[in-house]
Design a protein around this ligand. Structure first.
Ligand code: ARG
Length: 406
């Protein structure tokens, strides 16, 4: 029986070269799969391209809704932001890509899946680990890890097999985009001292170029799910897209970090994630209003842990599922509205309200109507003021005991 390989196909040079390469190297039939994760590209010509370069069949699937509801939403509710900066757009897309590869492999009777990742990044690990978690016997092939071709070799290889190579000089940047944001690496960005050139951005306007009047957005949540923006009901995908447009126009959502990769490298990364930045800020704020302090602290720690899991490719893991359970237990209270002000790159919370809010005006006010028992604070003074022998206290005592005049 001829070997069959299901390849995650983006339409770019690497995966276009991978089709004939896999066919030749393994004597295999190659089936291309291209997913619409909201990267905003026309996918019908990508399908044609896959067939032109030799794919037996080319599947194109719109998975935006599944991506939003089953990957983005749990990460939003968990507060998953990697190293306090990166909302994980690329990292969240990988497990879904792996899942679809495995599903199509089953449907097509293939025993291997393939992807275009190199051996240096996180994405290879996310795809490898996720595919194997879902289908332990499946073989995962990464041609770019095997073929040892440089960019120039690839172009040579493509020309020799009549694979159309983009006429324009390819951008020096490596980018990945989906509904939750865009990642940009390489080129001039490899020097962490160099300011990102304006040309790399696609979703956000330069903050100083934004409108001179701020935009206000009111986001309403029901049980942890954002359902309405400025009073308009919207399905999650649409809501994310709308927020991207508004926040992006005000220059909100640019992130510039040196990040710790799973493979042990530090890398300079630029992200654009206007909708993710706004929604994380809003969800965090509303949750903070409705849960007690200790739960808020615990939740924050778990969010960090969750981000590490997602980043490290452990989406399909019992640990992630367990944290999801914890997070889900809190969400029924996360109902209410948050008002944000977007202006010249900044996203500020200016209002929050919830029927489950724990904010009590009577307890908080310094005005008439104060219901807080002021003598209650005595307890803190008695306990926090206990005469424990700290170093500072000992030093003070020693000084006081020194004879005067020396
Ligand atoms: N560093 C980010 C991550 O690991 C972005 C990766 C971008 N991937 C890409 N193929 N350009 O999630």
């Amino acid at each position: 029986m001829t070997k069959r390989i299901v390849l995650a196909y983006s339409g770019g040079l690497d995966t276009s070269v991978a089709i004939p390469w896999l066919a030749e190297r393994f004597g295999a039939e190659v089936i291309a799969v291209t997913l619409d994760l909201g990267q905003g590209r026309e996918l019908t010509d990508i399908r044609e391209r896959a067939l032109t370069v030799g794919a037996l069949r080319a599947h194109v699937l719109d998975v935006r809704d599944e991506f939003a509801r089953e990957y983005i939403l749990p990460a939003l509710q968990a507060g998953a932001v990697y190293e306090d900066s990166y909302p994980l757009a690329t990292a969240l897309g990988r497990p879904l890509i792996a899942k679809k590869l495995v599903e199509i492999a089953r449907m097509e009777g293939a025993d291997a899946v393939a992807h275009g990742c190199t051996g240096k990044g996180n994405d290879q690990v996310r795809l490898d680990v996720s595919a194997r978690a879902l289908e332990p016997d499946i073989e995962v092939i990464a041609p770019a890890r095997l073929w040892g071709m440089t960019r120039r070799d690839e172009i040579e290889y493509a020309r020799s097999r009549a694979i159309p190579v983009p006429a324009t000089i390819e951008s020096p940047y490596s980018t990945d985009a989906n509904l939750w944001g865009r990642s940009i690496e390489c080129g001039a960005l490899e020097d962490p001292w160099v300011e990102p050139p304006e040309e790399i951005f696609a979703l956000t306007r330069a903050p100083q170029g934004g409108p001179n009047d701020p935009a206000y957005v009111e986001i309403e949540f029901e049980r942890g799910v954002p359902v309405r923006a400025n009073g308009i009901d919207m399905p999650l995908v649409e809501l994310i897209e709308s927020l991207e447009t508004i926040a992006g126009a005000h220059g909100v959502g640019r992130i510039d970090v040196v990040e710790n990769r799973l493979v042990g490298i530090k890398s300079r990364e630029i992200y654009e994630a206007p909708a993710a930045v706004v929604l994380h800020a809003a969800h965090r704020e509303l949750e903070k209003l409705v849960i007690p302090r200790d739960l808020e602290r615990l939740k924050r720690d778990l969010g960090r842990f969750y981000a590490d899991l997602v980043y490290n490719g452990l989406w399909f893991s019992p640990t992630r599922e367990a944290i999801d359970g914890f997070v889900a237990a809190i969400q029924p209270r996360v109902t209410g509205s948050v008002r944000l002000k977007l202006f010249k790159g900044d996203c500020h919370i200016v209002g929050r309200k919830s029927p489950f809010g724990l904010y009590d005006h009577g307890l908080a006010t310094y005005d008439t109507g104060d219901a807080f028992d002021h003598s209650a604070a005595q307890g803190f003074i008695k306990i926090w003021g206990l005469p424990i022998e700290t170093q500072a206290r000992q030093e003070r005592k020693a000084k006081a005991e020194q004879p005067v005049g020396r």
